[in-house]
Design a protein around this ligand. Structure first.
Ligand code: SF4
Ligand code: SF4
Length: 129
């Protein structure tokens, strides 16, 4: 559980969410979609005060972009959205919780994702419409 507030979406904070600690391999990049060993289910990050800079710096897109409504809150959507730069292009990457692999096909997500098809999208876990 990483407690942060976005500069653009001041009412949003991580709260009890810790989904990026599971899906993104922030501490161990070769271990995507596995809970960080420092993440305790009941209390969140067990090394919060000394957590790595990569954790301190990370903000998911829901935290920072009000274009993504409250339905995209990660524990609700089961999806963590990130910006990832490939060369000169910044792509949106949708990391889908493997525990809910089809969550992105539910509404309101599917319709919104279809509308976003005009911009680069990458799904993790080889999920495609
Ligand atoms: S996924 Fe987003 S809202 Fe959830 S803990 Fe990570 S940064 Fe915070
Ligand atoms: S060190 Fe803490 S904040 Fe960083 S991924 Fe692990 S549990 Fe999350």
């Amino acid at each position: 559980m990483i407690d942060r507030k976005s500069p653009n979406t001041q009412s949003r904070s991580c709260g009890s969410c810790a989904l990026c600690c599971k899906l993104l391999g922030l501490v161990e990049p070769d271990k995507l979609s596995q809970w960080c060993p420092h993440c305790l289910k009941s209390t969140g990050c067990s090394i919060y005060d000394s957590r790595p800079n990569v954790c301190r710096a990370f903000n998911c897109v829901w935290l920072t972009d009000a274009n993504f409504g409250d339905e995209w809150q990660p524990t609700r959507s089961k999806i963590v959205i990130c910006h990832v730069r490939y060369g000169n292009t910044s792509n949106l990457v949708f990391h889908v919780d493997p525990g809910w692999p089809l969550s992105w096909r539910n509404e309101p997500y599917y319709s919104q994702l279809k509308r976003l098809e005009q911009i680069p999208l990458v799904f993790t876990h080889s999920l495609h419409a």
